[in-house]
Write a protein of this length. Structure first.
Length: 188
C-alpha cells in the first residue's frame, strides 16, 4: 500500500501532541463509545487552532457516515445541524465547544456499522481491478436512447422500470397507481 501524504502529520497541537495522532485518537475513541476521552481529543483540536476546529467538524461528519452509518441513518443530519449551530458563535466563545462535545457524545452513543465504508472500499478496489458494472436491462427505458430504440415507453416504465424495493407500506399507492395506469390507457 502506498504511503499517503497527511498534511497534519507535521503539525503539533497546543498540548504538544502530533495532530494526526489526536485526529486518529478522536475517531478510535468515538468508534469504541468512549465519550469523555473522545471529547478531550476534540477539545485539543479546538483549542489549538481554527483550522483544526474545522478539521474536527469534517472528521465528525465522516465518522457519522463511515462508522455510524446505518446504525443511525440520521447521524449525518444531526452532525451537520450541530456544525451549523456552532458557526453562530465566534471562535473562543464559551458556548462554541458545547456543539462538538454534544456531537461527540451523540456519536459515541449511536449504534455503529461500517458497512458503507466497507462497500466503498470493495467497489473502489473492484474498479481498480477492472471489475465494472453492467447496465441492467430495466435501465433501458423511455429515458434512454437505447430504451427508446427498443420501443420502451410508459407501459414498460410503469410496469418494470419504476418498481421499488423494498416497497414501503403506503395505503394510497395501489389506488394512485391504478388511477395513473387507467389515465395512461395501460392495461392493469
Amino acid at each position: 500500500m502506498p504511503t499517503q501524504y497527511d498534511p497534519w502529520a507535521g503539525c503539533v497541537t497546543r498540548g504538544g501532541y502530533r495532530a494526526d495522532e489526536v485526529i486518529s485518537a478522536l475517531q478510535k475513541t468515538i468508534r469504541r463509545g468512549q465519550a469523555e476521552e473522545a471529547a478531550r481529543f476534540a477539545y485539543e483540536l479546538y483549542r489549538t487552532s481554527e483550522a483544526l476546529e474545522e478539521l474536527l467538524w469534517k472528521r465528525l461528519s465522516v465518522i457519522s457516515v463511515e462508522d455510524v452509518g446505518f446504525g443511525e441513518p440520521m447521524a449525518p443530519v444531526v452532525i451537520d445541524a450541530l456544525n451549523r449551530m456552532r458557526q453562530g458563535f465566534p471562535p473562543g466563545s464559551v458556548d462554541r465547544p458545547l456543539f462538538f462535545v454534544h456531537a461527540v457524545r451523540y456519536l459515541c452513543r449511536c449504534p455503529k456499522t461500517r458497512s458503507s465504508d466497507l462497500m466503498k472500499n470493495v467497489i473502489q478496489l473492484e474498479f481498480e481491478q477492472g471489475v465494472l458494472p453492467e447496465i441492467p436491462d430495466v435501465a433501458l427505458d423511455m429515458h434512454t436512447r437505447r430504451g427508446q430504440e427498443l420501443g420502451r415507453g410508459e407501459d414498460f416504465f410503469y410496469r418494470e422500470a419504476s418498481r421499488v424495493s423494498p416497497q414501503a407500506e403506503d395505503p394510497e399507492e395501489p389506488a394512485q397507481r391504478r388511477r395513473l395506469l387507467a389515465l395512461l390507457g395501460i392495461d392493469q
